[in-house]
Design a protein around this ligand. Structure first.
Ligand SMILES: Nc1nc2c(c(=O)[nH]1)N[C@H]1C(S)=C(S)[C@@H](COP(=O)(O)O)O[C@H]1N2
Ligand SMILES: [Mo]
Length: 436
């Protein structure tokens, strides 16, 4: 979908507001503006009084010896970080072997998702694959069909890239209205890792693709034999055969010992536990690219393939899991990404899209990677309607919900990348709402 930027008049925005926000709170928001104050009391001082570990006392952990090296041979997070875990939505999880878990993006810092927190998506569970017995077969319209061992694959020159991987169903529960009261559930089907492997083009040169070979069927070794048709252009561009993530071998959840990785494309195409690449002259139209991972349009027809993850963004602080406390200084922070390249610009609105101010991009700004944005903000305690809007280097502007629905209707599951709204209430709590 190409998004023609249709600047809506503020009147249209307010009409949208009227339809979504209860009219009393809308009036509060519009008229009282910046006048709310909260009755929140300070809690830090209270808990300070009851702990011997606080200054000027010496804390208990300074008076004993700690645990020695390799008491945890493979390190794990502090026990105080127990809350930072992948989670599922019960009604999306009829059976865990064909389900999805979400990454706690509300807790993550920087742009890299630690391996233990990368979201998981299985169509038939995660198989236990012995790397010594695993093979990758490349055949079909090639001069020299080959079967590679893992050792063979790792002898080729390797490449490392930092890219996001997003399931196109991310946000898909919200097409018809807001229902997930957590950032982890509205946007958590995404990760961003450093992926290491060999270029698919290198392996294709090895087998010698015939001129008729224009498509590749990638098939997994899981019980679902999940498979997708990949056009040759992508294979020769930036597709990787990946065996490592964030410096160590792939986790079983992510396709150990080897997966296909298509930067910027819907996660479904990055076939895990990759066992077979068949070169053909046309796409296969397998189950996971027809009955699923296809976008049903308002007129009842389907988009044939929708590979790219278009620009998207969301505010991660505040969010339902990260409410604000008393009025005062805060950082509005968030993540933006585009499957088409780099994020060029992010705007933040505090009034539901009536006015916008530019955010600062901070840290690494990489192509097809999560990109962090920031806007220091002094909160008066007034309710706000917080939004972010990403623009990528191709000039694509993240659409409003109305702009997206105008083209895509509400029959869709996949590729919902519209501007997201958090309603900050005067008590600092966040509600998931939708403006048009
Ligand atoms: N073999 C196989 N590959 C697969 C899947 C699967 O079930 N089996 N799920 C796909 C889907 S729908 C997504 S979104 C991504 C998720 O990758 P992750 O589990 O590493 O986050 O893997 C894709 N590759
Ligand atoms: Mo997916």
């Amino acid at each position: 979908m190409s998004n023609s930027k249709k600047p809506e008049s503020s009147k249209a925005y307010l009409a949208g507001l009227a339809n979504q926000v209860p009219s009393s709170s809308r009036r509060d928001f519009l008229k009282k503006g910046i006048k709310f104050s909260t009755g929140l009391a300070a809690t830090a001082a209270t808990s300070a009084a009851i702990s011997d570990n606080l200054p000027p006392n010496i804390p208990s952990w300074s008076k004993t010896l700690g645990s020695g090296v390799v008491s945890t041979p493979y390190g794990i997070p502090s026990k105080f970080e127990k809350n930072v875990i992948r989670r599922t939505v019960p009604w999306l999880t009829a059976d865990k072997i064909s389900s999805i878990s979400m990454s706690p993006i509300q807790e993550l810092k920087g742009i890299i998702t630690p391996n233990g927190l990368v979201f998981e998506r299985y169509h038939a569970g995660a198989p236990i694959v012995n790397p010594e017995e695993h093979r990758l077969m490349i055949h079909g319209l090639v001069d020299n069909p080959l079967i590679f061992t893992m050792d063979d694959l790792m002898r080729f020159p390797s490449e490392s890239v930092i890219n996001f991987l997003e399931c196109p169903a991310n946000g898909g529960m919200e097409w018809r209205g807001p229902q997930m009261e957590a950032l982890q559930f509205t946007h958590g089907m995404i990760s961003c890792c450093e992926w290491t492997g060999v270029r698919l083009s290198t392996l294709l040169a090895e087998v010698g693709v015939q001129t008729k070979g224009k498509w590749i069927l990638a098939e997994g070794a899981d019980g679902a034999a999940m498979s997708r048709s990949i056009p040759m252009d992508k294979a020769l561009d930036d597709a990787l055969i990946v065996y490592a993530q964030n410096g160590e071998m792939l986790r079983p959840e992510q396709g150990y010992p080897v997966r296909l990785f298509n930067p910027g494309w819907e996660g479904n195409t990055s076939v895990k536990w990759l066992r077979r690449l068949e070169i053909g002259d046309k796409p296969w139209h397998h189950r996971e690219e027809t009955s699923k991972y296809t976008d049903l349009m308002p007129d009842g027809r389907s988009r044939r393939f929708s590979y790219e993850q278009e620009a998207n963004s969301v505010i991660t602080s505040p969010c339902p899991e990260n409410p604000w406390g008393q009025k005062g200084a805060y950082e509005i922070e968030g993540l933006a990404w585009s499957g088409r390249g780099k994020i060029k610009h992010v705007d933040v609105s505090i009034d539901g899209g009536v006015t916008w101010r530019p955010a600062r991009l901070k840290g690494l700004v990489l192509s097809k990677a999560l990109t962090r944005f920031s806007l220091p903000f002094k909160w008066s305690g007034a309710p706000l309607l917080l939004q972010s809007r990403a623009i990528d280097e191709t000039g694509y502007v993240q659409p409003t919900l109305n702009q997206l629905r105008d083209i895509r209707g509400t029959n869709s599951i996949y590729h919902k990348n519209s501007i997201h709204t958090w309603q900050l209430q005067s008590n600092g709590k966040i509600k998931n709402v939708q403006l048009k």
